[in-house]
Design a protein around this ligand. Structure first.
Ligand code: PGA
Length: 263
């Protein structure tokens, strides 16, 4: 039985004071005794403060990304070990806002990737995150143009194959995946729950063939893209959807608590 997981990705939002405020408010709204695992990924600067404010609660704190090397002359970057040291227990990897298409700007303006993440860099990051003992939450998903040209499944398969290449079934035990159609992120356009469930099932079959039956059964697959309290229950009730990765709606503690409640 896979335990439901709901993670809030704050992206580049909230000062330390605002983050602290969120924590106090969330704790007041949270459902006591819920079986659902909950996490938040604040910007790095707020991570230590959030971990302290949430100390003693069941809410995990994690990063939105991490580099694959331990230390060195890499201006602006943070390693998985540093993330763990600061109180993090998970790390989001491969969010579409960070992904590139092999460094080329060949996607529409609105989905333009900022950081040129590739499947190969994700493969390195996944190894580093696992080595540091963090839970990786690896994102995958197609753009609108890819969906329109019937490439949804092949894009997702390519992303998974590239990122998961070379790992053993045992190494991938902690893996969490998130299906996040790029066209649904921050747009208010949520993916139809039946289609989101079909893709999660497709991801699970890929894991079975490419990794192992064990990993395909145990890996939690989250849905992300305009999740709100009004659509969360329907999405989370789907047999292959094990929770959500929530952006905009996670910034409001009461709304986020409702989404967690829906799981
Ligand atoms: P959204 O973002 O909930 O604001 O659509 C989801 C995400 O980017 O993970």
């Amino acid at each position: 039985m896979r335990r439901k997981l709901v993670v809030g990705n704050w992206k580049m939002n909230k000062t330390v004071a605002e983050a602290d405020d969120w924590c106090w408010n969330y704790v007041e709204h949270q459902l006591i005794g819920s079986e659902t695992e909950v996490g938040v990924a604040p910007p790095y600067l707020g991570l230590v403060a959030v971990a302290e404010s949430l100390y003693g609660t069941d809410v995990m704190v994690g990063g939105q990304d991490a580099f694959w090397l331990e230390s060195g002359a890499y201006t602006g970057l943070v390693s998985p070990t540093m993330l763990k040291d600061a109180g993090g227990s998970f790390c989001i990897l491969g969010h579409s806002e960070r992904r590139g298409r092999f460094g080329k700007l060949e996607v529409p303006e609105e989905t333009l990737p900022y950081f040129s993440e590739t499947d190969a860099t994700l493969n390195l990051k996944l190894a580093a995150v696992l080595k540091a003992g963090l839970t990786p939450i690896l994102c995958c998903g197609e753009t609108q143009a890819e969906r329109d040209s019937g490439m949804t499944d092949s894009v997702i398969e390519r992303q998974l194959r590239g990122a998961l290449h070379g790992f053993t079934s045992k190494e991938l035990q902690p893996l969490v995946l998130a299906y996040e159609p790029v066209w649904a992120i921050g747009t208010g356009k949520v993916c139809d729950s039946g289609e989101a469930s079909r893709i999660s099932g497709f991801i699970r079959s890929h894991l079975k063939v490419a990794v192992s039956t064990k990993v395909s059964r145990s890996t939690r697959i989250l849905y992300g893209g305009s999740v709100k309290s009004s659509n969360a229950a329907e999405l989370f009730a789907m047999p292959d959807i094990d929770g959500g990765l929530v952006g905009g709606a996670s910034l409001d503690p009461a709304e986020f608590a409702k989404i967690v409640g829906a799981a």
